[in-house]
Design a protein around this ligand. Structure first.
Ligand code: GLN
Length: 391
C-alpha cells in the first residue's frame, strides 16, 4: 500500500506541531482514574446567576448568530467592566472583538497583525499556545527567560531580544505557569521597548482576578503611550469558571480591531450567542464576587502548597493564576515526563511536565505544574494519594 505523502497528510505549517501535553494529561487522568491537577479548569460549579442567564437566553431563542464581532449588549458590558475596574474607556463599536475564548483572541490577533518572518518576544516559561500561534502566523518566537525563584526577567536580556524584525511582545500576567504578577516597573520597561521598536504588546490577562497577597493587576493598555499599541486578550473562562463556554474578547485601538475582526470573521464567524448574553450578567456581578473569587483561590493555593510541601516538593509560591510550579530535583527521576508518569501511575495524580512550558525540553526537566482550581475534596483526595509517593 502506498504511504500517504507528507503533503497529503499535513501542511508544512504544522509539521512541527505536537499534541498539547496539558490536554493529553487530562485524557490520561481520565483513563487512569487519577485526580486531575493537570489542565487548568475548575471542577466546581459556575455561579448560579450566570448559568440561569444562559438557560434563559436559550429559552428566549437567542440561538442564531450574534453580530460577528460580538452582540451589542455584551460589547457594552465589556466596556462597562473596563471602566469599572480600570477606568479604561473602550469604544464597544470600534475597539472590541468577541472571540471563541482567549485562545482564538490570541491567534486571531497574531494572524491579523504579524507577517511571516516577524519576531515575537515571549517570556519563558510560557503558556504552550503562544508558540503554535506564532508559527501559524509565520512569526518566530524569541524567548526571554523569567528567572527562578521570583520569575523576574533581566532588563538587559529583554533589551537584547529586540531587533529590526521584532513586531510584538506577549505578556501573560498573572502568569501561567509561574504565578508571577508583573510589576508596574516591569510593564513600563516592556512598554518602553515596544514604543522604541514600534511593536505591539499582546497581553493575555485571563487570570486578572485570580491574584493574591495584595498584588494588583495592571492592564498594560493603561500605561502611558500604550493605548494605541496594546492588544488586550481576556475571556469569561477563568473569572467565571466557564472554560467550556469559549467566550473571550480582544480590545485594541480601532485600526487594529478592524484587522482583528477580519480574521475573526472568517475564522469562526462568532462566539456562542446565548453565552454572550449570559456574559452580560457575568461581567455585571457585584464587586463582592470578584473579591471572593480571589480569596477562595488564595485558600486553595495555601492548602495545595502545604500538601505538596508535605509530599516533598519545593514549591514556587504563586502570586496569581491557579497553578503551582514545583521543583522535582529532590526526586530520583530522569526528567519531568518520567516523574509525571510515575505520579499518574503510582500515586494517581495528574500534573503537567514542566517541559511543556519551555522551548527546550531540558530547561523544564526539573519542574512540574499542579492546578489548584479544584474543590477542597479534590485537593484532599490528591493529598491522600500523594502520601503514596513518600509513604
Ligand atoms: N490554560 C489552561 C492550562 O494551562 C488550559 C489549557 C487548555 O487546554 N486550553 O492548563
Amino acid at each position: 500500500m502506498a504511504v500517504a505523502s507528507a503533503r497529503r497528510t499535513g501542511s508544512n505549517r504544522i509539521a512541527n506541531f505536537k499534541e498539547s501535553v496539558i490536554r493529553e494529561m487530562t485524557r490520561l487522568a481520565l483513563a487512569h482514574g487519577a485526580v486531575n491537577l493537570a489542565q487548568g479548569f475548575p471542577d466546581f460549579a459556575a455561579p448560579a446567576e450566570i448559568k440561569g442567564a444562559a438557560q434563559e437566553a436559550i429559552a428566549e431563542d437567542v440561538n442564531q448568530y450574534a453580530i460577528t464581532w460580538g452582540s451589542k449588549p455584551f460589547r457594552r458590558a465589556i466596556a462597562d467592566y473596563y471602566r469599572r475596574f480600570y477606568a479604561l474607556e473602550i469604544d464597544p463599536e470600534t475597539e472590541i472583538t468577541v472571540c471563541c475564548g482567549a485562545t482564538e483572541g490570541m491567534v486571531a490577533s497574531m494572524l491579523a497583525l504579524l507577517n511571516p518572518g516577524d519576531e515575537v518576544v515571549v517570556f519563558e516559561p510560557f503558556y504552550e499556545n503562544y508558540w503554535p500561534d506564532s508559527l501559524l502566523s509565520g512569526a518566530v518566537c524569541r524567548y526571554v527567560p523569567l528567572h527562578a525563584p521570583e520569575w523576574t526577567f533581566d532588563p538587559q536580556e529583554l533589551r537584547s531580544a529586540f531587533n529590526a524584525k521584532t513586531r510584538a511582545v506577549i505578556v501573560n500576567s498573572p502568569n501561567n505557569p509561574t504565578g508571577r504578577v508583573f510589576s508596574r516597573d516591569e510593564l513600563n520597561a516592556i512598554a518602553e521597548l515596544c514604543r522604541e521598536h514600534d511593536c505591539f504588546l499582546l497581553t493575555d490577562e485571563i487570570y486578572e482576578h485570580i491574584i493574591f497577597d495584595g498584588e494588583r493587576h495592571i492592564p498594560a493598555m493603561t500605561l502611558p503611550g500604550m493605548r494605541e499599541r496594546s492588544v488586550l486578550v481576556n475571556s469569561l473562562s477563568k473569572t467565571f469558571s466557564v472554560t467550556g463556554w469559549r467566550v473571550g474578547w480582544v480590545i485594541a485601538a480601532p485600526e487594529l480591531t478592524a484587522s482583528i475582526r477580519k480574521v475573526h470573521d472568517f475564522l469562526t464567524v462568532g462566539a456562542a450567542a446565548p453565552l454572550q448574553q449570559a456574559g452580560v450578567t457575568a461581567l455585571a456581578l457585584p464587586d463582592r464576587y470578584f473579591a471572593e473569587l480571589a480569596q477562595t483561590y488564595e485558600t486553595k493555593r495555601n492548602l495545595l502548597v502545604g500538601i505538596l510541601q508535605k509530599a516533598g516538593f519545593r514549591c514556587f509560591l504563586p502570586k496569581g493564576a491557579y497553578y503551582i510550579l514545583c521543583d522535582i530535583a529532590a526526586f530520583p527521576f530522569r526528567d519531568d515526563v518520567a516523574f509525571c508518569r510515575h505520579l499518574l501511575e503510582v500515586a494517581g495524580v495528574a500534573a503537567v511536565p514542566g517541559s511543556s512550558f519551555f522551548s527546550r525540553a531540558e530547561d523544564g526537566a526539573r519542574l512540574i505544574r499542579f492546578c489548584f482550581a479544584k474543590k477542597l475534596e479534590t485537593l484532599e483526595a490528591a493529598a491522600e494519594r500523594l502520601d503514596r509517593l513518600t509513604g
